[in-house]
Ligand binder design. Structure first.
Ligand SMILES: C[S@@+](CC[C@H](N)C(=O)[O-])C[C@H]1O[C@@H](n2cnc3c(N)ncnc32)[C@H](O)[C@@H]1O
Length: 376
């Protein structure tokens, strides 16, 4: 199945066979859906072994922890916080990492330990360092790694700091999402090193960046595939509640009203969200579902000064818009989407990222063509 999808290349085949996924999955799991974040009901190996095995050998992510371990029941918690990633994504990212014999690798986000085990099998355990922020998750991974006879260096800590004791690294792979590349990763990498990390702005949309570390501590490279990883713990987004915005609860008649041909549905795909988030970094959105497929898309600024709504109804070509506050967020989104159309409607693969000691820049097609960022 993974071979047919093009994810499992021949050089990872023996690791895949030698390091079974089932050895890294706990008895209780919550299967997700491929390409999405929705979680199914809990499956317990002890009461329903057939379904458990079926999910472990399906191409789906398996949530193994909710709410940083605070939620321990069998129902779902609020947020999934640790998982065994979707096999297609695991092997596509390992393929993107292009490891070579003798490489030293840092993995950020040990989770269940499966990815670290695959790397340790391929490169030798002494060449792999994996960092996990959650002590209980790290301990369980250590136990499972030892059980299959693979013992990479497993560190409990904040992976955003890398692990300087094991540096320098030839390859760095993050299996949690980021919106800023921690510069420690670049500092702890050799020149020519490859960094593979799922990157996405707070607004939404995420894609795997493949950066090469070059001269002068600059890392750059393209986005290579879309992704949906849970965030690095200290880069999680906390958005203000809707009632923190003046007038948002009762949508006053003083809000500027108009119609727009820009359908909220035409800015809801992963790559639209990525573009909107890159260009308006302090904007976030919420969706309020209505009936019969209708919904309201809310846009907010992080400073809690302004909001806008766009009302989607199936079959319409003009949509009601309300804007409130000093910023005109719907107009900002319209400007971004017209820029996007003018550029030929780029998907992730045309974007790239440059990281320097002073910050990061997203570009389109070439590093000398930065994507405009709208700062208010
Ligand atoms: C998608 S899971 C990783 C999957 C894992 N590689 C595997 O093979 O099962 C993401 C993990 O990143 C961890 N994490 C989040 N923030 C972190 C941080 N700052 N440093 C290290 N690990 C972090 C989470 O606790 C979680 O276990």
């Amino acid at each position: 199945m993974l071979r047919e999808k093009g994810a499992l290349t021949s050089d990872w085949m023996s690791a895949y066979r030698a390091v079974p996924r089932d050895a890294f999955v706990p008895d209780r799991l919550w299967p997700g859906t491929a390409g999405g974040n929705r979680q199914g009901e809990v499956i317990d190996r002890n009461t329903d072994p057939a379904r458990w095995w079926g999910k472990v050998y399906s191409d789906v992510p398996l949530t193994t922890q909710w709410d940083d371990g605070a939620h321990t029941g069998t129902d779902k918690g609020r947020s999934p916080t640790s998982s065994n990633s979707m096999p297609k994504m695991v092997f596509s990212m390992l393929d993107t990492l292009c490891v070579e014999r003798g490489n030293r690798v840092l993995e950020v986000g040990t989770g269940t330990g499966w990815n670290a085990a695959l790397l340790a099998y391929r490169l030798g355990p002494d060449n792999v360092v994996t960092v996990e922020v959650d002590p209980a998750v790290a301990e369980e991974a250590r136990r499972r790694l030892a059980a299959v006879g693979l013992t990479p260096v497993t560190v409990v800590g904040d992976g955003a700091q890398g692990h300087v004791k094991g540096a320098p690294y030839d390859r760095i792979i993050a299996t949690c999402g980021i919106s800023r590349v921690p510069y420690a990763w670049v500092e702890q990498a050799v020149e020519g090193a490859v960094i593979v990390a799922p990157w996405g702005p707070p607004y939404g949309g995420q894609a795997v960046a493949r950066l090469t570390v070059g001269e002068g501590g600059v890392a750059m490279g393209p986005f290579v595939m879309s992704s949906a990883f849970m965030r690095l713990r200290d880069q999680r987004d906390t958005f203000p509640p809707t009632d923190a915005f003046p007038g948002a609860a009762n949508r006053p008649s003083t809000a500027a009203q108009r119609t727009t041909p820009l359908s909220p549905d035409g800015m809801g795909d992963w790559h639209h969200m990525f573009t909107l988030g890159v260009q308006v970094p302090d904007m976030f959105c919420r969706v309020e579902r209505g009936e019969d497929g209708a919904y309201r898309l809310w846009l907010f600024d992080m400073g809690c000064t302004s909001w806008a709504t766009g009302d989607y109804e199936p079959g319409r070509t003009e949509f009601e818009v309300a804007e409130y506050g000093p910023r005109h967020l719907w107009s900002e989104a319209e400007a971004v989407m017209s820029w996007w159309r003018e550029q030929g409607e780029p998907r992730f693969e045309r974007y790239g990222l440059t990281v320097t000691p002073s910050g990061q820049t997203v570009w389109l097609d070439s590093p000398d063509n930065p994507v405009p960022v709208r700062v208010s």
